[in-house]
Write a protein that binds this ligand. Structure first.
Ligand code: NOJ
Length: 739
């Protein structure tokens, strides 16, 4: 009898465990929700910043963080780092609050925690999604070891305007490249198992179309057609959600008169109804509070009502939910369902992260010590930096420089800077761990080549007093390497510029150096496309290194001296002058495309239409030859696929990697279509003389767009397909889609 009882107990326990394990995240979240008071529910929707601010301070409740946590009045913090601090707060949440709900800790891990990778725009220049995924994976490993379980990244805003400082945080101008990179980053941060202790929740931002800010001025108005929005701006957010991103951030801006944080269209309609995602939405810093200056809410209470009804689930720093949501529900102005749905989504994320099972899983001091700035992560920062550098010009193969030169002049404040290579949003990035460009070069050449350094010019101000010394060192050297561009804080948030020139007197310095007659290599360090027609015309070689992160100096030295063959390609168009902005490769044809023989066509009287460097552009130390395009069919039905093949030969003398790019053009549609659209690409490595065949498959999805009735369809008709080394130098073929 006793045995039978024991067996019975064993089986009941077993089946309860199985049921518990089988419970979905939603069921588990609901079981917590059922225990919560209204005040505790609202608490889960409140987020405050900890150690520093990434926006203007708002008038927060008087109780300190500990007390807020104890009372269950806060669900998340941002800007708190390090295991000891995070563990202390988590302990209060899970040991001293009534329901013991764990906190989630967010941080802008945009291109690294402490080991700083190149900025995201640079990473996009690798055109290597596997590498970008690896970078995000490494960032997650490092950040999670420091207690962080949520990054406010990937930033996937398409940007056509380099005056917008935040272009550095994204993947440039193209929806396809942007989508591929967005998905890669989500995979990297979240890994295969979000409940592992070294994966973190991704937050796709800034939903949506923040990159369309008028005039490129940060936080400015966005207004665009729904078709433009859906075809060009929305795809990367969708790709990130399809890759499993667990959260989104609502942007600051309005679109067509409705600020994102109150937008039923963006949140309810697209996110919840069309995409059917349970990813939760966090506001941007005080973006619910900003519904007041936007002019759609008369006070913070109305702002809270608009935010929650739009399904903006978590309020970052505006206090709107903290002070008003309980009352709004009690007064019957907000249905409790809005609050419950929001809390459920937040709890689901906490369950997905495994925080209910082990709230301290990111809080291991030993792991923190071993992981931060580990050799493996630092090695990856160099790998990414190498692939992100774009060779823009190389007259008479000046680069790579010979290691047999006698002397080199290295000039520019940025050459010696150990701070600026970190770029914007570099979190715990420490300038002591940065290899400056000068250090990288010195390390590479040892005592073999004499390096003569001079500041020459700073990236700010009009001081030309350093020119003399720079000219002196240039005169006594065989070659000049001039590192010019933007400082660390000249791009990123609130860093819009009205001009795109190389700032300060740096270009004047280049003009003086040119007079010495010595060959010049310009190394550009910047977070956005700059207008550099004079430089293109007058110096021998140009390397775009962006803000290259901690290993930038080593990567640049490898490339300058030929230990690595550059393979980066621009993810964004470089204008000649700021007046051309917005300029992007996938523009429409217009009714009057420019014809030099016809005055009444679309052009500037004082400027060419063409960019300085087109989207997808980047040179190599070797050369590549493309064969003509072969198609497996000339005609396909709307649901069929088409194979596009091309052979690429390394016709030079060095091994190198090439990004083979495929574009299409839909010639006649129910609505106008761009002159070219990137639809696929692949990066291949070729030995000298080697030829590889590249096959692309055009699937119906690649031909779809929003038609005259806003349906997402393939339309029958004539198409062009282009394959080439950038968006302009391409081979061309034609095919037809039939019904
Ligand atoms: C404001 C920025 O717009 C956003 O990108 C960032 O994630 C938050 N501040 C938090 O720092």
């Amino acid at each position: 009898m006793k045995n039978i009882k024991l067996i019975l107990i064993f089986f009941i326990t077993l089946s309860l465990t199985v049921i518990a394990q089988k419970k979905s995240f939603k069921e588990r979240a609901d079981s917590v929700l059922a225990l919560m008071t209204l005040e505790e529910k609202v608490g889960q929707l409140v987020q405050y910043s900890g150690d520093w601010a990434t926006g203007a301070e708002t008038s927060r409740p008087k109780e300190g963080s500990d007390e807020l946590i104890r009372k269950g009045k806060v669900g998340s913090f941002l800007n708190i780092t390090g295991v000891s601090k995070i563990k202390k707060l988590q302990k209060i949440a899970v040991e001293e609050s009534r329901l013991k709900i764990p906190l989630i800790f967010g941080l802008d891990v945009i291109h690294g925690y402490e080991a700083t990778f190149p900025i995201p725009l640079a990473e996009a220049s690798t055109w290597n999604p596997a590498l970008v995924e690896k970078s995000a994976r490494m960032q997650a490993i490092e950040a999670s070891a420091a207690g962080i379980n949520w990054t406010f990244n990937p930033m996937v805003d398409i940007a056509h305007n380099p005056r917008w400082g935040r272009i550095m945080e994204g993947s440039g101008e193209d929806p396809y490249l942007g989508s591929v990179m967005a998905a890669a980053r989500v995979r990297g941060y979240q890994g295969n198992d979000l409940s592992a202790n070294n994966t973190i929740l991704a937050c796709v931002k800034h939903y949506a179309a923040y990159g369309g800010a008028e005039g490129g001025r940060d936080y400015n108005t966005v207004d665009m057609s729904e078709r433009n929005f859906r075809d060009f701006y929305l795809p990367p957010y969708k790709a990130a959600i399809e890759a499993g991103a667990g959260s989104l951030m609502a942007c600051f801006n309005e679109i067509g008169g409705v600020p994102a944080s109150s937008s039923q269209f963006l949140m309810t309609h697209i996110l919840r109804n069309e995409w059917k995602t349970d990813a939760f939405v966090v506001s941007d810093w005080n973006s619910i509070g900003e519904l007041i200056p936007h002019g759609v809410a008369k006070d913070l209470k109305q702002a809270a009502e608009l935010g929650i009804k739009a399904t903006v689930d978590m309020d970052m720093e505006s206090n709107a939910y903290y002070y008003h949501l309980v009352d709004l529900v009690k007064e019957g102005k907000v249905d409790i369902k809005f609050v419950d749905d929001a809390v459920r989504r937040v709890l689901i994320a906490k369950f997905k992260l495994g925080l209910f099972d082990d709230p301290y899983k990111y809080c291991d001091e030993e792991r923190e010590k071993k992981t931060i700035m580990s050799k493996e992560i630092i090695k990856a920062t160099k790998e990414v930096a190498l692939e992100s550098i774009v060779l823009l010009k190389n007259e008479k193969n000046l680069l790579p420089l010979s290691k047999k030169l006698k002397s080199i002049a290295v000039v520019g404040q940025l050459a010696k800077s150990k701070d600026d290579p970190l770029g914007g949003w570099s979190q715990k990035g420490d300038s002591n761990s940065v290899v400056s460009i000068l250090e990288g070069i010195e390390k590479k050449v040892g005592k073999e080549i004499k390096i003569n350094y001079a500041v020459g010019a700073k990236f700010k101000g009009n001081d030309k007093s350093g020119f003399k010394e720079a000219i002196k060192v240039a005169k006594k050297s065989d070659v000049i390497i001039a590192v010019v561009g933007e400082g660390r804080y000249m791009n990123g948030e609130a860093a819009s510029r009205a001009t795109l020139d190389i700032p300060g007197v740096q270009e004047d310095l280049l003009k003086e150096l040119k007079k010495t007659g010595k060959p010049i290599v310009v190394v550009l360090m910047n977070g956005r496309p700059l207008t550099i027609p004079w430089v293109q015309e007058n110096v021998n070689s140009i390397l775009e290194i962006w803000s290259p992160g901690i290993s930038g100096g080593d990567a640049v030295a490898d490339i300058i001296f030929g230990d690595y063959n550059p393979s980066g390609k621009l993810p964004v168009t470089f204008p000649r002058y700021v007046g051309q902005v917005p300029i992007y490769y996938n523009h429409k044809n217009t009714g009057r495309p420019h014809n030099p023989n016809d005055h009444y066509t679309s052009y500037y009287m004082d400027l060419e239409n063409t960019p300085l460097y087109p989207f997808g552009f980047g040179l190599s130390y070797t050369t590549f030859e493309y064969s003509d395009i072969k198609l497996d069919k000339k005609e396909i039905k709307m649901n069929e696929t088409l194979k596009v093949s091309v052979e690429v030969k390394n016709s030079g003398e060095r091994e190198g990697s090439e990004v083979v790019q495929l574009y299409i053009r839909d010639l006649v549609g129910s609505v106008t279509r761009p002159v070219k659209e990137l639809k696929d690409f692949v990066k291949i490595n070729l030995k000298p003389g080697e030829t590889k065949k590249v096959d692309f498959i055009i699937t119906p999805d690649k031909l779809k767009f929003h038609d005259i009735n806003m349906n997402y369809v393939v339309e029958p008709g004539d198409f062009k397909v282009f394959v080439g080394t950038n968006s302009i130098d391409v081979k061309e073929a034609s095919f037809k889609v039939i019904e």
